[in-house]
Design a protein around this ligand. Structure first.
Ligand code: ARG
Length: 401
């Protein structure tokens, strides 16, 4: 390592990324560290974080609000893709990484830095997402990854930091590793490392427990246009506002908790607790509207491609060619996803109770009805079934001989 003199570091204010600042300077000969933190709606106070980077020795400390692009360019496409990694995790953390990486590459260019850096360890997915995103945006850019290489334990990291005036974490007792943004919270480590120990209530912060959720349910309506959520209970909302309110509504009723064993890119199974109330609710509603508005064959293929889309986002391939190709397919399908879905929220459940699309419904009541308006040609079924069943009838007859 070495050579890089001026580096843009992905900065969160936590111990690891703070220690990266003196470490890069003392051990790797970096002269100027520019800290870069993104506001993704995590609700942290960002000015203290900005100051903390200066105290740790950064020459410049940037905090940028990226909440609008985060929701519009990353969360909404994930909703349109109904993206659920391994069928369950809506990628709340994974979606943030390519955005942060994209902005860091730009900042590095603008400020004439010769490298970027992050404080991810060598065991997680986020290192993969950062490194691959950097590489796909600027293949020549040098990426420094001190926390992957320094080989310090948590205690050693803290005492290294203390030598450079980085305070030990205030609540040394919180054993959890937490990632937070507007789309949700992810919690790992501590007692959660035993997959058979129930998550203690203290790990949750943005959803009610089933016990504490109100007994009384609540009916809500979510409106979509071209696959994007645009309204809640009949009120048009800007994307960020809409996700914020969906979080509050679903979270209040205890919907959106996930407890799963997840397969990381680096081959490890890990136990994850997520709270992603709004995002899960919006995906559920969106899926429902697609069942009303997409043709059967399109819907079937889309369900398969959604899995691929979720996998590649999880695996850090956001800026790659498969993502582009899948997005063309998704975009083409979404122009018809217009309408309103009604949902009943109660005690941890979000139950679909109705769906409507004035512009794009493919539901034909004259075909569906069992009443006297029925226009379906029942006799036509004879010929259809004769031909449809012909191969299997011939096969069965042959086997009997
Ligand atoms: N397992 C999730 C993912 O790979 C979340 C990881 C976030 N980090 C954390 N310290 N909880 O997207």
């Amino acid at each position: 390592m070495g050579r890089a003199k001026r580096v843009v570091l992905a900065y969160s204010g936590g111990v690891d990324t703070s220690v990266c600042i003196p470490y890069l300077k003392e051990e790797w000969g970096v002269e100027e560290v520019i800290a870069f933190a993104a506001d993704l709606g995590q609700g942290d106070e960002l000015e203290p974080i900005r100051q903390k980077a200066f105290k740790a020795g950064a020459i410049e400390s940037i905090v940028e609000n990226l909440i609008n692009p985060f929701v519009e360019e990353f969360a909404f496409p994930a909703i349109r893709a109904n993206a659920l990694y391994e069928g369950r995790y809506p990628l709340s953390t994974a979606l943030a990484r390519p955005l942060i990486a994209r902005r860091m590459v730009q900042v590095a260019k603008d400020l004439k830095a010769d490298a970027v850096a992050h404080g991810c360890t060598g065991k997680g997915n986020d290192q993969v997402r950062f490194d691959v995103a950097f590489a796909s945006l600027d293949p020549a850019l040098q990426v420094l990854t001190p926390a992957r290489e320094w080989g310090m334990s948590r205690e050693e990291t803290i005492s290294y930091g203390e030598r450079f005036g980085i305070p030990a974490p205030v609540s040394k007792k919180s054993p959890y590793s937490i990632d937070l943004n507007l789309l949700g919270r992810s919690v790992e480590a501590g007692v959660l490392e035993d997959p058979n120990i129930s998550a203690p209530e203290e790990v949750f912060a943005i959803t009610s427990s089933i016990d504490e959720a109100p007994d009384r349910g609540e009916e809500i309506e979510i409106g979509f246009q071209a696959g994007n959520p645009v309204s809640l209970n009949g009120v048009n909302l800007e994307p960020v506002q809409l996700v914020t309110e969906a979080n509050a509504l679903a979270g209040r009723h205890g919907f959106g908790r996930i407890d799963m064993i997840e397969n990381r890119v680096v081959g490890i199974k890990s136990r994850e607790i997520y709270e992603t109330p709004g995002l899960l609710l919006l995906i559920k509603a969106h899926q429902e509207l697609e069942s009303l508005t997409l043709a059967a064959d399109v819907l079937r293929l889309k369900r398969q491609l959604e899995m691929q889309w979720a996998d590649l986002v999880y695996q850090g391939l956001w800026f790659g060619p498969l993502k582009q190709a899948l997005d063309s397919f998704l975009d083409c399908t979404q122009k018809d996803v217009n309408g309103v879905v009604r949902i009943h929220l109660q005690k941890g459940n979000a139950t679909i109770i109705g769906r409507q699309s004035i512009q794009s419904s493919l539901y034909n009541s004259n075909m569906a009805t069992y009443g006297k308006e029925d226009q379906f040609d029942h006799l036509a079924a004879n010929g259809f079934i004769y031909i449809w069943g012909l191969p299997i009838r011939l096969w069965a007859a042959m086997r009997r001989n």
